[in-house]
Design a protein around this ligand. Structure first.
Ligand SMILES: [Zn+2]
Length: 425
């Protein structure tokens, strides 16, 4: 709200007073969660059990989870990994390939958004074909398994975290898909591969639990697709049904998720868990059921939360910085999006109010979701973002489709050959 000249004088006087203080208090935002997204290639939920996969089963029981989540059509590795990490349906992100997508690179990934927000990002993968997630300048660490097995990925991740943890991590286990193509889904060999992933999960969680990062770790474990016989790509229940488990810091405990969840919701859920602004155009939805506390919405710039931007906001912000006044939602004051609330944010607000400066950032004048982690934000205005139509498939025509001819199938997808020996930073 623009104010009159006398209020402008008051505001500028106050600003000058605060600016005259020599010691600037740059207030870091509360510590964020660290988000670990684990995709188990080709994992069918009915392969999980307390006996075969005790570590994953424990996450399932302790966390917010469903064994009825869905892959998106086409039910292949590349389209669904692009959805997991972009929040878009395959028809939107355009990665529809069954085989290697060549030089194509995914824009707007979880890693790109997190990296732009100043977070540290890492990706550990078991298939070279997923290198389309490695957009230059968006990953602080990129590791492709040189042996085609996941053991070295887990070992490397733990070693890296022992030095300095990342804020956003993708971890991909390739083995179940490989075994499914070679020996059929649900064969003894496939179930052994799932059990091996579980042992690695136990090793990973055990290793992470010894580190301070464990207190702020939010884990999502899911899959890209299921499988039937020796393939996937059809629209049968076995091919499209996947597990989806959220566990750890801020995740709801022992909750069975009832809402629809699909691969592209993982991106939105991770963005929410990190307290980042939801990128415009995101098609998946954060799985709000997965959180212990429903995320709240706040108007960017509304530091003294009352639903409008007025003089009370820069006053509250500067009082917070310089005289130790409390704040109900610190993140609402990060107007220049540098992950800090500093005097420059107060000046930004004063410029907007009194000197026709730029407005608060997106999505002003509507509200932004803000992390509940470490902050108690009140929510004077809320908005419910409607879900994009959940992709519906013709349930009556579910079938195990004929899979593409061998020539169209990448060797490591069909026969489980290990990825090219290659190790990239
Ligand atoms: Zn496959």
């Amino acid at each position: 709200m623009r104010c009159d000249a006398s209020r402008r004088t008051i505001a500028l006087t106050i600003a000058a007073l605060f600016l005259s203080l020599s010691a600037l208090r740059a207030q870091d935002l509360e510590a964020r969660r660290a988000v670990l997204v684990i995709s188990v290639d080709g994992l069918r939920p009915d392969a999980l059990s307390p006996e075969r996969t005790p570590a994953i089963w424990n996450l399932y029981l302790e966390g917010a989870s469903t064994l009825e989540a869905r892959s998106l059509e086409p039910h292949y590795t590349i389209p669904n990994h692009a959805s997991i990490f972009s929040g878009l349906v395959p028809q939107t992100h355009g990665f529809l390939e069954l085989s290697d997508p060549g030089d194509k690179i995914l824009d707007g990934s979880l890693f790109e958004h997190a990296h732009a927000a100043g977070l540290r990002t890492a990706l550990y993968i078991g298939k070279d074909r997923l290198r389309f997630l490695n957009k230059p300048g968006t990953l602080d660490r990129y590791v492709l398994s040189t042996s085609g097995t996941s053991d070295e990925l887990v070992e490397q991740l733990l070693e890296d975290f022992g030095v300095e943890p990342f804020d956003v991590v993708g971890l991909h286990f390739a083995e179940p898909d490989t075994a499914g193509h070679s020996h059929k889904w649900m064969s003894p060999e496939y179930l052994d591969a799932v059990a091996k992933v579980d042992q690695l999960m136990a090793q990973l969680l055990d290793g992470l639990s010894a580190l301070p990062v464990s207190e702020r770790l939010f884990v999502i474990l899911t899959a890209d697709h299921g499988g039937f016989a020796s393939g996937h790509g059809g629209t049968s229940r076995e091919e499209k049904t996947i597990p989806w488990i959220a566990w750890g810091s801020g995740a709801r405990s022992a909750h069975r998720i009832e809402s629809d969840v699909a691969t592209y919701d993982t991106f939105a859920t991770a963005i929410w868990a990190l307290g980042l602004d939801m990128p415009p155009g995101t098609e998946g939805l954060a799985v709000s059921e997965a959180f212990a506390e429903a995320p709240v919405y706040v108007l960017p710039g509304d530091f003294a939360p009352d639903g409008v931007i007025n003089l009370s906001d820069p006053i509250a912000l500067l009082s917070y910085l310089f005289v130790g006044a409390g704040a109900e939602c610190v993140r609402a004051g990060d107007l220049d999006r540098d992950s800090n609330v500093t005097v420059s944010d107060g000046i930004y607000l004063l410029d907007f109010l009194f000197r026709d400066g730029p407005p608060p950032p997106h999505p002003f004048p509507t509200c932004a979701p803000t992390s509940t982690y470490g902050e108690t934000c009140i929510a004077p205005c809320r908005e419910a973002r409607p879900r994009m139509p959940f992709p519906e498939e013709d349930e009556e025509n579910e079938e195990h489709e004929e899979h593409p001819p061998v020539a169209d199938v990448a060797p490591d997808d069909r026969f489980g050959e290990p990825a090219e020996p290659h190790h990239a930073q």
